[in-house]
Design a protein around this ligand. Structure first.
Ligand code: HEC
Length: 153
């Protein structure tokens, strides 16, 4: 778990592919490798070079949750998650868990689980499916920073 939040899935994913599929030299000297390979026209070398560049993107540029961005994105959550008593009226009355003050990694993993179908709730699945990793990180940053507040607001 530890620092899982610091790197994006996509970046880690490409990193793994690149490490498995490509010679080490290709990853360390991506541009040399590209030049050499254009001459021998080996498509795999180009793919390795592209993967190497993708996985070298600064991790900090991705998936650091931004609470301000999360605040804007949370407007689509507030209708269900910020109402007195934490119950929805539609489609039927059921309890909605409180998000404020939950730990960011928990929120992200819950959203991923809805997106992947590991968690089954239909409305949360539909919502999570529309969220990118960055959206999830931003929303988690917003909700985890938010001091627990009473229902009156
Ligand atoms: C249509 C109403 C609705 C909307 C809109 C909605 N949620 Fe939910 N959410 C629920 C319900 C109901 C549950 C409980 C589902 C279950 O039992 O698995 C839930 C569960 C969750 C959980 C798991 C909480 C826990 O304690 O396990 C998270 C995280 C979450 N929602 C985040 C969000 C975020 C972020 C948004 C906005 C992008 C959002 N939800 C929008 C109804 C909604």
């Amino acid at each position: 778990m530890g620092d899982a939040g610091h790197r994006s899935n996509a970046s880690a994913f490409f990193g793994i592919i690149a490490r498995r599929a490509c010679p080490r030299a290709a990853l360390e000297r991506a541009s040399d490798y590209t030049m050499a390979d254009m001459k021998t026209s080996k498509i795999s070398g180009l793919i390795c070079a592209a993967l190497a560049m993708t996985s070298a993107l600064p991790a900090a540029a991705q998936n650091q949750g931004n609470a301000d961005a999360g605040r804007h994105k949370s407007s689509m959550c507030a209708g269900c998650h910020n109402i007195p008593g934490y119950k929805t009226a539609f489609p039927s009355v059921y309890s909605v868990p409180k998000l404020d003050g939950q730990h960011a990694p928990y929120i992200v993993s819950a959203l991923r689980a809805y997106k992947s179908g590991e968690r089954q709730h239909p409305s949360m699945r539909a919502i999570a499916a529309s969220l990118s990793d960055q959206d999830m990180a931003d929303l988690a940053a917003f909700y985890s920073n938010e001091p627990a507040k009473s229902a009156s607001r």
